[in-house]
Design a binder for this molecule. Structure first.
Ligand code: NDP
Length: 607
């Protein structure tokens, strides 16, 4: 089957015309392509600087600056930092200090407490260290408070509170060649030293603002979803936003966050305007309580097995069973059915496989679009809510109440036809020349992804011979396996830095943590002072990343703009997916495992 095959039988069998859909996807993408790409967003400062303040702590916190030394400093107290610290502890590394900007552990789940906040990935594979903590989540999909509590429980279990520095932002890191230590400075006046540093700053940690004309002039109440203003809205993360009674509310953005909070806004606001540029793909949520009989049947090692099973399926692999069996794995199940329908004994070329993958994707998205028709009464609103792009061009969403919210008389979808909000005035939001007057504007506009690593981290890293990481990465990231960069010894990056991207992000963080713990404990046990990626190993890995990225480039180019494809400019800047290992997470995790098993720590220099 080739791209242009469109036999009548195929159309009849499928119930849609692949060529027509392809053309429609292209037209929808073209509407949204814009020259300014990432530049359409601005930093949260000036009038909006308070958008990144911590609303969950008492003001006035202070403590004595620290000038001591620890073996390992871990920057970031979200899942990545917690996992790294936990795996280090398990590997016998005791002297570990976490530094965290927030007032507690939890990372993204510490900051994001908007009404309805919930994780789209099944809780049994998303919440880390379940077996280690002897905990089983209450439901198939956990709500934010349970995830935040679990983060705290990890901190308790691994004794990470004692040395942790909360409400502390790293302001700089400098390698000292004399003491062979990292010097870490913070906004609390600390000048501490560490032999190893592990950075888990989070991939989506800095809220971003759209540079919409007039945004500064709005005189009503305004906030970003990542710091929900309950003092204004009333209620809590379960809803009941009594402060919105009699209020006209506007929300800009229709991504995963908006999908979860819109149903609560719809219930409480007198009038809700949802300003949409691109509709999300909204599949069935289907949450349910944890089955106690199933829980009792679980055997040791079940969580890792389940995580691997999910990861294989969502990375395009085939397994006999689908343990998670939800919207994420559904598209792959679809693909397998189509792939298996080939005549006996015939094998498929890569091109044929790609074409079948595309067909399966069309089918899945047709199902998503027909779900909109089933749930939304007004045909024009329903049409505007239908996503026309391939499923993994944007983060797929799952919700049972979002679409029906548009049937309420107090909720209006303001579709901007892919152009975005035109301008903002003192009184409201303008689309197509019409001003929608509102009392409160909520920005569900997401987080910085395409900006530089240092800008998102909030600090500069100065390595050997005074070289800064910004300079070294000015033309793109350079790492060995995504962890280390030549010139920056004993320093490890976590997250989406040239590793294997997976839908279940904590899975990647766990594999990275195990690997970092292996390297650090090796360094400490063998009294190695410097462990640094060699230039050759780094060059080779960067080449591998570039060569393999070619596989996903045409897919990303054809996608509607978003942070997955650097806002329509894949290959330039730091798109979330394009700069990752193109062989997929299953192969990437195997590379790491094989490297550890081989045992000679190839690619690292020791002093
Ligand atoms: P996103 O970046 O996904 O969404 C931002 C939204 O703002 C998009 O709909 C975007 O439109 C819209 N937007 C931006 N500028 C304008 C404009 N000028 N006019 C109109 N609309 C505009 O942010 P989210 O906070 O929703 O989600 C971020 C990520 O956080 C998710 O992708 C997901 O990875 C994670 N998340 C995970 C959850 C989970 O279940 N685990 C829950 C919530 C979030 P456009 O699409 O056209 O760019």
């Amino acid at each position: 089957m080739t791209e242009s095959s469109d036999s009548t039988t195929t159309k009849l069998d499928l119930g849609f015309d692949p060529d027509e859909l392809r053309a429609k996807y292209r037209a929808e993408r073209d509407k949204r392509l814009r020259d300014d790409g990432n530049e359409q967003y601005v930093q949260v400062n000036g009038k909006f600087a308070h958008f990144v303040d911590d609303p969950y702590v008492e003001p006035g916190f202070s403590r004595e600056p620290l000038t001591d030394e620890v073996e390992v400093v871990v920057i970031g107290g979200g899942f990545g930092g917690l996992l790294a610290a936990a795996r280090l502890r398990e590997a016998g590394v005791k002297d570990v200090r976490l530094i965290e900007k927030g007032g507690d552990f939890g990372g993204t789940w510490y900051w994001n407490r908007y009404p309805g906040a919930q994780c789209d990935i099944e809780s049994y594979i998303y919440l880390p260290l379940l077996e280690e903590l002897g905990y089983l989540p209450r439901e198939k999909y956990s709500f934010a408070p349970e995830i935040l509590n679990h983060s705290r429980a990890i901190g308790e279990k691994y004794d990470l509170y004692e040395k942790a520095c909360f409400q502390t932002e790293v302001t700089g890191m400098r390698w000292d060649e004399e003491s062979l230590r990292w010097e870490i400075s913070t906004n609390r006046g600390d000048r501490m030293k560490a032999r190893f540093v592990c950075m888990s700053n989070g991939p989506l940690n800095r809220p971003k603002l759209p540079a919409i004309e007039g945004i500064e002039s709005f005189e009503g109440h305004i906030f970003h979803t990542s710091r929900w203003d309950y003092a204004y809205t009333g209620g809590d993360c379960t809803g009941n936003l009594t402060g919105l009674e009699g209020k006209r509310v506007g929300i800009i953005g229709t991504g995963a966050t908006a999908v979860q909070c819109v149903p609560h806004l719809a219930q409480s606001a007198e009038q809700l305007y949802v300003f949409q540029r691109t509709p999300s793909s909204i599949d069935v949520r289907g949450n349910k309580p944890t089955d106690s009989a199933w829980a009792e049947s679980l055997e040791s090692g079940w969580q890792d097995h389940r995580m691997q099973n999910f990861n294989t399926l969502v990375s395009g692999g085939i397994t006999e069973e689908d343990l998670v069996n939800d919207g994420w794995t559904d598209i792959i199940g679809n693909l397998i059915t189509i792939a298996r329908s080939r005549p006996k004994g015939e094998s498929l070329t890569m091109e044929e496989m790609g074409a079948r993958m595309e067909l399966a994707d069309f089918q899945k998205m047709e199902q998503i679009r027909s779900r909109v028709d089933d749930l939304v009464e007004n045909p024009a609103t329903a049409e505007a809510l239908k996503p026309y792009y391939r499923q993994f061009c944007k983060r797929p969403c799952f919700h049972d109440d979002y679409l029906p919210s548009f049937n309420r008389p107090n909720v209006k979808l303001v579709d901007t036809q892919g152009r975005g909000v035109e301008s903002i005035t003192e009184k409201g939001v303008v689309v197509d020349g019409e001003e929608y007057e509102i009392d409160c504007l909520i920005l569900a506009t997401g987080f910085e992804v395409g900006t530089s690593y240092n800008r998102r981290a909030g600090y500069e890293i100065i390595g050997r011979e005074g070289q800064t990481l910004s300079d070294k990465w000015a033309n793109g990231m350079r790492t060995f396996h995504g962890f280390q960069s030549n010139g920056f010894p004993n320093c490890y990056f976590m997250g989406v830095t040239q590793g294997g991207f997976t839908a279940n992000f904590p899975h990647l963080l766990n594999e990275q943590s195990v690997h970092i713990a292996y390297m650090v404990s090796h360094g400490l046990n063998n009294n190695v002072h410097i462990m640094e990626a060699t230039r050759e190993a780094e060059d080779q890995w960067v080449d591998t990343i570039k060569q393999m990225a070619i596989f996903s480039k045409s897919f990303l180019e054809n996608c509607t703009p978003g942070y997955y494809n650097n806002e329509g400019k894949p290959g330039q800047g730091n798109s979330l997916i394009g700069g990752q290992y193109g062989g997929g997470p299953v192969a990437f995790f195997k590379i790491l495992r094989d490297w550890r098993e081989e045992g000679s720590l190839q690619g690292l220099n020791f002093e």
